[in-house]
Design a binder for this molecule. Sequence first.
Ligand code: SF4
Length: 393
Amino acid sequence: MEQDTQNPEITVLYQNPFSPVKEISLYIHIPFCTKKCNYCNFYSISYDAKLAQNYIRSLTKEISQYKNKHYTLASIYIGGGTPSLLSFSLLFSLFYAINDTFTISQKSEVTIEVNPASITRDRAQNWKTLGINRVSIGVQSFDDNVLKILGRFHSSKDIKTTVELVKTHCTENISLDLMYGIPGQTLETWMNSLQRAVDLKPKHISSYCLSLERGTPLFDSRNKYSFPPEKLQKDMYYSMLEFLESNDFLQYEISNFSHEGYESRHNISYWKGNEYIGCGASAHSFYNMTRRENISDVERYIINIQNKQSVYGNSKVIPGREYISDMIFLGLRMTKGVSLHYLKSEFGFDILAEYSDTINKFSKLGYLTVEKDHLKLAKKALFVSDEILSEFV
Ligand code: SF4
């Protein structure tokens, strides 16, 4: 697999899923973590070396089911969980299966998610050897008190060491994940975290507001904490936009920012409604107009693969009209918005006519605009986007 670590070309084309062209993205889920974070409701379990070995063996079998289907990968995303916990030999087996099954585009973006404190020089070098050309680091905050509340495994000091190791031994194409709206966070401490993130010179920053999810330790102990009120969360969001813009980060999606040419190709592909294959426990796929969700249980996943049984928990054929709604819902997340011409020419769908009431309502409020060929969210709508986007479903 060829690497392209410097300024990978990021043009991501829309791909009509009805067409036989099969350039596709691949997501691989590694559901192991050192310890569960207090806010996390993703599917992940404690790392166990033997279980991880059996899991990767099963994963390679699931991947190889796509052999001879002639898919070309535009991007590969190894997410989790904490994929950076995997040994070189396990990652090697995984990449061997991927290379053996798919054609990998020369410009393919290959990302691994990494948690600080789970990286060594050898691991970073190994990732480079495997063709990984983008590293996404789960930083969340540079405030040690906030990291403690989140139940993160690392300290703010570990973040700097991690970034340096990745830059020196793997790639400069680094994304940092940050979080705001956390108990104990003030506007000042949030801006301080952003400054420290920018000081590390990443190419990309993703930033999400903490979502308090039922069933998590943080939810159960919520009465112990004082959460930033919505007005403060909003200030945090818009202060971030201003700060990142003044540091040459272009906002290309509600929660994603990058230097020019370093947008996440993999995520843009989702937002454009393109097809993707997800492998591993709890991974999602969308191809051949069908959404599939793998079972969220590592042991059952392994047993099903061993017994040559399906690993799908759910699957649903998506009617064309629903696909178009999904495309609009996802596409509006991008600052560029949704192309009116593309929907009309590819699907004969006139969005301005079909959604005239919704578009008029939000346009009058200054939340939606049509600029040139694109329907897009106005800046003031970005913080309340969920409410607006839900009207397009
Ligand atoms: S590292 Fe990520 S996936 Fe693992 S528990 Fe924490 S938030 Fe969840």
